[in-house]
Write a new protein. Structure first.
Lengths: 369, 366
């Protein structure tokens, strides 16, 4: 198991940067997810680590050794693709054993290694089957088995479960994570699906337009997004973001949303914190996740009356669009809490879950109340 | 705007039966979602209503009248597809005008102009009217496709997975927009999807389709809380409902003999009305509580942090169970924990047929 370090890695085509000054440390045994929209550079980064793609500058270190000039085969890394590249004429056993053929291991050792891996992946009963007789999930397990059997320094995966249906993806997510905990292979996993990233990662590295935006644990990127891109890429439903301004008062700060669409009472500390940042003249972007919008059915001190617009009943909870003047703010409520569209309810933003960003730069002001 | 009724529809393609005795009734002005996996017969249903296919048996009524002899154009329904069918070299305005210039419509240029302006305003694409469609983003193209349906003022809108090619964020945004649009227009929408979140969030009612048959029709609340069978129970909701084979013995639910059983509460027993023997029990992840001091023991198999909450996979004997817990809950993998069920929310299914054994009564009691 090895650590992987990317230092000032760059890759460009002509004037277009694919990866820009990327610095990332992946610790031994860690499960790191590279997350971002299509074209953000995540797959290129993964392929660069694997040696399938050259970089234009910077270093890629595996266990402290620069590998950027080594061929893929010399890096001792295993790669799992989205499409299960199995040999159709070989059994699951032979597919898993395949990478060991080139080594000088004895038959007994090969057999032991294949059976060990198959047991971890819970496919020991399927070893004599050919790929055509396997389900999608089992095929992917065999593909992973083939990657693990070599005991590589690291395991790289490019959207390995993207092609599976929703239910199977859910199961495989838990399964892959469990496999990781058992074999402890350093894993770098690429996906555009933030749910997958949140569910599996020890650490998420979020990329956009070739630039690393933030690296952190799932709860860090969810609770303390560094900028508006991360704030709105992580989480579903998407974080509400509104223009805002602060006005000082005796015992409280008034937070004015939109073009005076709503006025909310916030702790007086807020105004002072914004002044400290010299952002009074600057426009603020106010971010709040649906669970940070508090809703009551009765008039409540500090809450403002709003009209419920669309209600999305998602089963365990509802997402309710609330009209704050011309703004629409999405709130998460208990199932059936707001009865029907058109109802008037009372709402406020939970100050502990409200995020403040500079509209100009998109960066967080790091104000936490 | 029109009422839509399909009665006992059968459609075969060679030896493959796509639809088998399908019944469906959609009220005037309703947002109805047809939900099902690939191959369930969703698109075939839409094509039959649009007049692009003809049923082997059964009747289709649009606005109360039998549509069998009507051509596709006479049915006056609009189809919106997953792939935008726009003319690439024309502007957005030209694309919107196109369906109105058909001879049979006899619309004056003023009327056409008015309709285009109105649709563009509704969809907030007024600023794009003079742009060529090959210079639009995916979300804009899908808005224009919907605009082409709106200008026709059809009796029914048929939508075939219109959002599935868009990325997750845009899909979320357009979901709310489409629902808003339908409410504004007061139009009849039949919307087809395999995505249960789309169905739950947009549908006034949802029809769940499996192998060419309607399994259940109901509001999103009914579908989620009173699934008719194990197919609906596991297809709707994420994570999927946990299903455990069990036995009912003297008022106890035995999941694995001696090691994993619970005494059922009187209210639950009443629902089961003296039933005993083999049973399939269903429990949603949010109806499993995980904390110290509860009657059942498990090992933590995995923890997923979803920000707003965590999903924990528990291993109890040989069963893997998903539980939703608050985000602040700290659980480490391979440690032991205990759990319990919210018994009032347990579902019971016949192990052979998969039917919810208290389906009718539950519906009765609301």
């Amino acid at each position: 198991m090895s650590d992987i370090v990317l230092r000032d890695v760059e890759k460009y085509f002509g004037d277009n940067y694919i990866i820009r000054k990327l610095n990332l440390e992946i610790l031994a045994r860690e499960f790191v997810v590279l997350l971002g929209p299509s074209g953000c550079g995540k797959t290129t980064t993964l392929r660069a680590i694997a040696g399938l793609e050259d970089i234009d500058s910077g270093d890629i270190l595996i266990d402290g050794h620069a590998v950027q000039n080594l061929r893929a085969a010399e890096r001792d890394i295993a790669f799992v693709f989205q499409l299960f590249a199995l040999y159709p004429h070989l059994t699951a056993y032979e597919n898993i054993a395949f990478p060991l053929r080139a080594t000088n291991e004895s038959k007994a050792v090969v057999d032991q290694r294949v059976r060990e891996v198959a047991k971890t992946l819970r496919i020991d009963h399927l070893l004599q089957k050919r790929p055509s007789a396997l389900s999608g999930g089992d095929m992917q397990r065999v593909a992973i088995g083939r990657a693990l059997v070599r005991r590589p320094k690291a395991l790289l995966m490019d959207e390995p479960i993207g092609a599976l249906d929703a239910k199977l993806r859910e199961e495989m997510r838990a399964e892959l994570k469990h496999i990781h905990l058992q074999n402890e292979a350093t894993t770098v996993y690429v996906t555009h699906d933030q749910v997958e990233a949140m569910a599996m990662a020890d650490k998420i590295a979020i990329m956009n337009e070739g630039v690393l935006q933030q690296v952190g644990t799932p709860s860090e990127v969810y609770q303390q997004p560094r900028n508006l891109f991360v704030a709105q890429f992580i989480g579903s439903p998407i974080m509400n973001v509104m223009d805002g301004a602060v006005r000082p008062g005796d015992a409280a700060t008034t937070l004015v949303l939109g073009e005076d669409d709503a006025r909310l009472r916030f702790p007086s500390e807020l105004y002072h914190r914004v002044v400290e940042h010299r952002h009074v003249e600057d426009e603020l972007s106010i971010g709040v996740r649906p669970e940070g919008v508090l809703v009551e059915r009765q008039p409540t001190d500090g809450y403002i009356a709003v009209e419920a617009h669309i209600i999305e009943p998602l089963g365990p909870y509802d997402i309710v669009d609330l009209k704050l003047g011309k703004l629409l703010v999405r709130a998460r409520t208990a199932s059936g809490f707001v009865e029907k569209a058109g109802d008037v309810v009372w709402a406020r933003l939970d100050e502990k879950q409200t995020h403040f960003f500079s509209t100009r730069s998109g960066e967080t002001l790091d104000i936490r109340l | 705007m029109a009422h839509l009724a399909l009665n006992d529809i059968t459609k075969k393609f060679g030896r493959h039966t796509a639809l088998a005795g399908l019944d469906l009734e959609i009220a005037d002005g309703e947002f109805f979602v047809l939900l099902g996996p690939t191959g369930a017969g969703k698109t075939t249903t839409l094509r039959l209503i649009a007049g692009l296919e003809h049923p082997d048996a059964g009747t289709i009524r649009i606005g109360g009248e039998d549509a069998a002899e009507w051509s596709a154009a006479e049915r006056d329904v609009a189809l919106v597809f997953q792939y935008y069918s726009l003319y690439p070299h024309y502007t957005v305005r030209q694309n919107l005008e196109f369906p109105l210039k058909a001879k049979h419509r006899r619309l004056s240029p003023e009327e056409i102009g008015e309709r285009v302006a109105k649709a563009a305003k509704t969809l907030r694409i007024e600023h794009l009217l003079e742009r060529k469609t090959d210079r639009l983003s995916g979300g804009e193209m899908q808005r224009v496709s919907i605009g082409r349906a709106i200008v026709r003022e059809p009796r029914v809108f048929l939508m075939d997975e219109p959002l599935s090619n868009l990325d997750a964020k845009l899909r979320e945004l357009l979901r709310a927009e489409l629902k808003d649009l339908q409410m504004k227009l007061g139009a009849t929408f039949l919307y087809v999807t395999h995505d249960q979140v789309e169905a739950m969030s947009m549908g006034d009612r949802v029809g769940v389709l499996d192998h060419g048959r309607i399994v259940q029709v109901g509001t999103p609340f009914e579908i989620y809380n009173r699934p008719r069978n194990t197919f609906v129970a596991t297809f709707v909701g994420s994570p999927a409902m946990n299903l455990l084979p069990a036995r009912l013995v003297d008022g106890r639910l035995v999941i694995v003999p001696q090691r994993f059983e619970i005494a059922l509460e009187p209210a639950v027993l009443e629902r089961l009305r003296g039933r005993s023997g083999e049973i399939m029990v269903g429990v949603r992840s949010e109806d499993i509580e995980v904390r110290p001091g509860l009657p059942l023991e498990a090992q933590v198999y995995g923890v997923e942090n979803h920000g707003v909450e965590k999903i924990v996979t528990l291993k109890a004997c040989d069963h893997l169970l998903r539980a939703t817990v608050p985000a602040r809950t700290e659980l480490s993998v391979d440690s032991g924990s205990t759990f319990g069920f919210n018994q009032g929310k347990l579902k019971f299914f016949d192990p052979a047929s998969g039917s919810n054994i208290s389906y009718g009564e539950e519906a009765h009691h609301g």
